[in-house]
Design a protein around this ligand. Sequence first.
Ligand SMILES: [Zn+2]
Ligand SMILES: [Zn+2]
Length: 153
Amino acid sequence: MQKQTLCPCESGQALSDCCLPLIENRAAATTAEQLMRSRYTAYVLKNERYLLQSWHPDTRPQQLDLKNDTTQWRKLHIIEGDKNHVSFVAMFDSGRAGDKQHYALSEKSEFIYEPEIQYLKGENVQTMTLTKNMPCPCQSGKKFKRCCEKYFV
Ligand SMILES: [Zn+2]
Ligand SMILES: [Zn+2]
């Protein structure tokens, strides 16, 4: 399998067998984790339509303006989840070329079923700046520079 066909959600599956059918409305997510993964992949692909479609109308923004967003998503790490929640860390960089900072966003997302599953809101949302010697936010126990820094190319 070629690297570029791997799904950005880190499932280890091909994009065409994983999140793409959901994003293209050829399949529907059945679990909170599946929807969360597909929404992460939609952020990577800058697919605003799918992000808004999978967002509950009560909390959905008017638009996301992803075209002008310099965020580059690098790594998703899911910590735990249940029927209605998924806790995860998503690592990204942002800023102009040559002046990029590395960050980790952590969030506990809440999902509801009515009847199709939708993203409702994020709780405990925190963004931190990543430094080489800090414990990696993926909770591997290694330093960031010996662990997930490799995803920032
Ligand atoms: Zn995927
Ligand atoms: Zn790591």
